[in-house]
Design a protein around this ligand. Structure first.
Ligand SMILES: [Zn+2]
Length: 111
């Protein structure tokens, strides 16, 4: 499963950064164009964290809407799908957001 592999690499990365400290909470930013289901991510997170420094940590998911800037009229617009055109009809745009998958922050236990 796509989400499980992604989650495992995120868990490994956070565990490494935490240097043995217990992780309490992880906040992820997930772009809408990644096609990743937040519910699947939640489930995979629980599985992937078992036996790691992140076991029992909560996962917050911030969904990032897909935004693009039109190269024709200069407008910034929100897209429901990858190839959706600008309201002026142009398909020529620069991606601003919507494809990200990143750890925004995580909290560890104070020692
Ligand atoms: Zn436009």
């Amino acid at each position: 499963m796509h989400e499980l592999a992604l989650t495992q690499s995120i868990v490994e990365m956070v565990a490494e950064h935490a240097r043995g400290r217990r992780v309490r909470r992880v906040t992820l930013e997930v772009g809408r164009l990644t096609c990743i289901m937040p519910s699947a991510l939640q489930f995979c997170f629980e599985v992937a964290t078992l036996g790691t420094a992140l076991e029992g940590a909560s996962l917050d998911i911030i969904e990032i809407e897909a935004q693009a800037r039109c190269r024709v009229c200069g407008d910034t617009f929100v897209q429901d799908e990858l190839r959706a055109p600008c309201s002026c009809g142009a398909h020529d745009f620069t991606r601003i957001s919507g494809e990200e998958l990143r750890v925004k922050q995580y909290e560890v236990d104070a020692i």
